[in-house]
Design a protein around this ligand. Structure first.
Ligand code: ADP
Ligand code: MG
Length: 262
């Protein structure tokens, strides 16, 4: 069964999609079978992995209405071990359209369960909100990864997310645990980055990944070529930091600790 990881933060522009794409690609480079599920109507993870979103016939949107057909929407990427269930802009309507469905928080969980035996990791990229889609993603995953941009109000920004995490864990998905908080867009020329890092590490202690992601122009250029950074510039600091993060994740031996826990 796959380790399922949801990448969530209701703030936009904090590095959710960049982390989804590049962590997925780094894991795939280590021959882990990875599926990215794009749950953001903006479909940046899909296009960033080379999917022509305008041509997509069957996406996560269709899958939410017929989960048993989710497999039909999965497409290949440029990497052998990396596949993607893309998103399309019509997903924006799903929040309302699913509002009447029975068990509407658990639809994605059904899809993930169906696909899980075929992968080692399933990464779910969320939209910048805490609406029904993000709740579905939080209910479908075992692990929550929170990308946190190194900026002034970083901690205040995740208070709401932590509250939602607590509610989801209490009422909907008791299995959900925090995998880690990831400091993104770290700028070592800026003293503020170090201040935010110290504050976040003091507050969240071992929940913060040892690896942090530097601000790196190659990470922001790669999506316009439809490539994860590892295929665009493997030597760049950005690429290397995501490879280190993937290794840190593998070293956590998630499967084992889960078995020990049960
Ligand atoms: P989110 O998915 O949380 O909205 P993105 O991953 O799309 O955030 O990142 C927002 C913007 O910042 C994008 O233009 C992306 O290319 C850029 N970006 C993200 N991480 C980095 C980084 N480490 N260095 C430079 N640019 C980055
Ligand atoms: Mg995004």
């Amino acid at each position: 069964m796959a380790q399922t990881i949801v990448l969530a933060n209701q703030k936009g522009g904090v590095g959710k999609t960049t982390t989804t794409v590049n962590l997925a690609a780094s894991l795939a480079a280590m021959e882990q079978r990875v599926l990215v599920i794009d749950c953001d109507p903006q479909a940046n993870a899909s296009s960033g992995l080379g999917v022509d979103v305008s041509q997509v016939q069957s996406s996560i949107y269709q899958a939410l209405f017929s989960p048993e057909e989710a497999r039909k929407g999965i497409v290949d990427s440029d990497m052998e071990f990396l596949k993607i269930l893309p998103s399309t802009p019509d997903l924006v309507g799903a929040e309302i359209e699913l509002g009447e469905e029975k068990d509407r928080e658990f639809i994605l969980r059904g899809i993930v369960k169906l696909l899980s035996p075929e992968y080692d990791y399933i990464l779910i990229d969320c939209p910048p909100s805490l609406g029904l889609i993000t709740i579905n993603a939080l209910c479908a995953a075992r692990w929550l990864l929170v990308p946190l941009q190194c900026e002034y109000y970083a901690l205040e920004g995740i208070a709401q997310l932590m509250k939602t995490y607590g509610l989801v864990k209490e009422r909907l998905n008791p299995d959900l645990d925090i995998l880690g908080i990831l400091l993104t867009m770290f700028d070592k020329r800026n003293k503020l980055s170090f201040m935010v890092e110290r504050e976040v590490r003091d507050h969240f202690k071992e929940l913060v990944f040892t690896t942090s992601i530097p601000r790196n122009v190659r990470l922001s250029e790669a999506p316009s070529h439809g490539l994860p950074a590892i295929l665009y510039d493997i030597r760049s600091m950005g690429t290397q930091s995501y490879i280190t993060l993937a290794q840190e994740l593998i070293d956590k031996k998630l499967g084992q600790s889960q078995e020990q826990a049960t």
